[in-house]
Write a protein that binds this ligand. Structure first.
Ligand code: AAL
Length: 353
C-alpha cells in the first residue's frame, strides 16, 4: 500500500503545492552610467521612483579597495560601504543612467554619521522626498552599532536636510563579553536587532510611516540556514519619528536587504540570502504576519524595485523591474533586474501537449 513520505506530508501541511501566481524567475541586464567602473563601488540602490517623465535612483558610492578590520589603522576602509556617500542618478528609460552627483554626505567629525552613510531608500510623500539610510560613526569596528538616518527635501535634487539624530537604533538590551573587538562574544545577546539596524525601507501605509529594516543581534551565530538576519518594522506618525518597534518583531525569520511592495492593502516582500526562508516571496495582509507565497531562484541582491501606481492589478506589479547590485567582481556595480514569467508559459505549453 502506498504511504505518504515525511517530505510529502511536510509539503502538504505547509501548502507548498499552492498555485504559481507568485512564482516567477528573474532576468538581468546591464545598465549604462552605473555599471562596472575600476576604482569605484556603486551598490545598494534605492527603489526607483518616477518624477514626471524621469526615473530617479539613490545608491551607495565609495572609492578604493577595502582592507578589513585588522590593519591597526582606524582610518582604513573596512568594507566597500565604509567611507561612503549617497549619490543619485536619473534616467529616461531605466536602462541608461546619468549620475547627477552627491545627495547626502557624511557628517562633520564627531557627528553620528561621520564615518559612512549608505544603503539608501526613498519615499515620495505629499510633495516631499525622504531618504532613509544607514549611518556609522567613526571608528568602524566589528562591534560598532549601526543606526538608520533620515534626510528630507522638497526636491529630488536636494538640498537634503538631515535629522538631528538617527531615527532608529539597535535594541540596547545586549551586553558584550570582554573588551576585545569580537562581535560573537556576549554576556547577553539581547533582541534580534541589538547590534545593527540596516536596510531601511519606508512606506506611508495605513496612515502612518512604516519603517521596515533588517537586524543583526550581538553575538550572531551561524545556523544551519546561514546567518541570523531577520526583519523588523517600526511605525511612526511622522517620517522623522519617533518610531515604535512592533511587538511582533522580528516579523521575518530570514532575509537580507529589505525589498517590499504594497499589494491589495497588504505588503509583499522578497526575502533573500539568509535564514531558512531565504529566496521566498512572502505576503502579509496586515504588513506584519508574513507567509510564504513562492520559492524563487537567483533573486536580485539589494534590489530596489520600480513600484507602479497600479500595484493592485497583479501580485508582482510592485517589482516588475528595478535595480540591484552585483558584487562578484572587485568593484561593485549596479544592474537591472526584471521579472521573467516565461517559465509559466513554457510549462503551460508542455502541459498542453
Ligand atoms: C548590504 C546591506 C547593508 C549592509 C551592507 C551594506 O547589502 O545589507 O548595506 O550593511 O551590505
Amino acid at each position: 500500500m502506498r504511504q505518504e513520505s515525511l517530505a510529502m506530508r511536510r509539503a502538504r501541511e505547509r501548502e507548498y503545492g499552492k498555485d504559481s501566481t507568485w512564482y516567477f524567475q528573474f532576468k538581468y541586464a546591464p545598465v549604462t552610467g552605473l555599471g562596472y567602473e575600476e576604482g569605484i563601488h556603486r551598490r545598494d540602490p534605492s527603489s526607483v521612483i518616477k518624477i514626471g517623465e524621469v526615473y530617479y535612483v539613490w545608491y551607495t558610492k565609495s572609492s578604493g579597495s577595502s582592507v578589513g578590520y585588522d590593519t591597526g589603522d582606524l582610518d582604513a576602509k573596512v568594507w566597500p560601504w565604509d567611507w561612503s556617500e549617497i549619490w543619485y542618478a536619473t534616467s529616461d528609460d531605466g536602462v541608461n543612467w546619468h549620475e547627477q552627483g552627491l545627495a547626502v554626505g557624511r557628517g562633520e567629525p564627531g557627528a553620528y554619521d561621520d564615518r559612512s552613510v549608505f544603503t539608501p531608500e526613498v519615499l515620495a510623500h505629499n510633495g516631499k522626498y525622504y531618504l532613509v539610510y544607514q549611518v556609522v560613526k567613526h571608528p568602524y569596528l566589528r562591534r560598532s552599532k549601526e543606526y538608520i538616518g533620515l534626510a528630507q527635501s522638497s526636491s529630488p535634487d536636494g538640498p537634503w536636510v538631515k535629522a538631528d539624530e538617527p531615527i532608529l537604533s539597535p535594541a540596547c538590551n545586549g551586553e558584550w563579553f570582554g573588551e576585545v573587538d569580537n562581535r560573537h562574544l556576549v554576556k547577553h545577546r539581547g533582541d534580534f536587532d541589538s547590534h545593527k539596524t540596516n536596510d531601511p525601507c519606508l512606506f506611508f501605509y495605513k496612515d502612518q510611516f512604516w519603517l521596515y529594516y533588517k537586524g543583526y543581534p550581538m553575538g550572531e551565530q551561524l545556523t544551519c540556514a546561514g546567518r541570523e538576519t531577520k526583519w523588523g518594522v517600526a511605525v511612526a506618525d511622522r517620517p522623522e519619528g519617533p518610531y515604535t518597534k512592533s511587538v511582533y518583531n522580528p516579523i521575518t525569520n530570514s532575509g537580507h536587504e529589505t525589498l517590499l511592495w504594497p499589494y491589495k492593502g497588504g505588503m509583499a516582500a522578497l526575502l533573500t540570502t539568509d535564514g531558512p526562508e531565504r529566496n521566498t516571496i512572502q505576503f502579509a495582509q496586515d504588513g506584519l504576519q508574513f507567509e510564504i507565497q513562492a520559492f524563487i531562484e537567483h533573486p536580485p541582491e539589494a534590489g530596489g524595485p520600480f513600484r507602479t501606481e497600479h500595484s493592485d492589478i497583479h501580485p508582482l506589479e510592485g517589482l516588475r523591474w528595478g535595480l540591484s547590485h552585483e558584487i562578484n567582481s572587485p568593484w561593485h556595480y549596479i544592474q537591472r533586474f526584471e521579472v521573467d514569467e516565461r517559465t509559466k508559459h513554457l510549462c503551460n505549453n508542455k502541459c498542453n501537449h
